[in-house]
Design a binder for this molecule. Structure first.
Ligand code: SF4
Ligand code: SF4
Length: 238
């Protein structure tokens, strides 16, 4: 989640990009890298392969993206919106940003080009890149949700690695239908940041300015988890 109160992350690289980067990663090294990612307290990886049309639309020349996902702290999310809450969310963001530089360094040391995508660069939408992974969905409350949770923050590395396990089909599409039957976020929103048809109104949402996370806290995906909601949806559809 990109929030206005996040501060720019200093450059923490200790390693230069290789002059002649490798394009192929072995399964063993990819698994080793994924293990290091999890040991660094991220909860998972996703991968986006950017199409020519997408790159043209956003005026970028990146091909392969590694998405590193972390869970935003439940203790912070349950706080009321405040400067203190925004500060704590930013500290968490900075911590995982620094870890992402270290992970990019590991890829560089092993011969791959790896650059952190600046999450505060308004010229490109990280959420649009996330949706290219076929591993995420936008909920009615306008959160970019992966299976690991609704309360996810993420960083991205663009890399020379061409053979990442890119998904071609999105298994989370059903969430849009589930949201159309739910609407808890609409009922719970203190700012009435949804129109009469339940469409999210970004300008009225205070998440980005004041750290509101009320709709996350009440959402079934946050309270019960992705798999349980999916089972309930399956029962609803019988
Ligand atoms: S509260 Fe309900 S409608 Fe809102 S995002 Fe969560 S599941 Fe979707
Ligand atoms: S104002 Fe709060 S509850 Fe309403 S949509 Fe934004 S984050 Fe969710």
């Amino acid at each position: 989640m990109r929030l206005r109160y996040h501060q720019p992350i200093p450059n923490f690289y200790n390693q230069e990009n290789p002059h002649h980067p490798n394009n192929l990663i072995s399964n063993d090294f990819l698994q080793e890298f994924a293990d290091i990612v999890i040991a660094s307290r991220f909860v998972g990886l996703s991968f986006s392969k950017l199409s020519e049309d997408f790159k043209k639309e956003w005026d970028i020349d990146w091909d392969n993206i590694i998405i590193l996902k972390y869970l935003m702290s439940e203790d912070i999310l349950k706080m009321e919106p405040s400067d203190e809450k925004c500060k704590l969310m930013d500290e968490e963001f900075q911590e995982f940003g620094a870890k992402t530089f270290a992970l990019a360094d590991i890829l560089r040391e092993n011969g791959f080009k790896a650059d952190l995508i600046n999450p505060l660069d308004d010229r490109v939408s990280l959420r649009a890149i996330a949706m290219q992974s076929n591993d995420a969905v936008i909920t009615r409350s306008n959160m970019c949700m992966f299976k690991e949770g609704l309360n996810l923050g993420f960083f991205m590395i663009q890399t020379s690695i061409e053979n990442l396990p890119f998904k071609t089909e999105n298994e989370l599409k059903w969430v849009e239908d589930y949201c159309s039957t739910c609407g808890v976020c609409i009922d719970r929103c203190p700012e009435k940041a949804f129109d009469e048809n339940g469409k999210f109104l970004r300008k009225l949402c205070t998440a980005h300015r004041e750290g509101c996370s009320r709709c996350i806290n009440f959402c079934p995906f946050y309270k019960r988890g992705y798999e349980k909601v999916k089972k309930r949806y399956g029962r609803m559809k019988k």
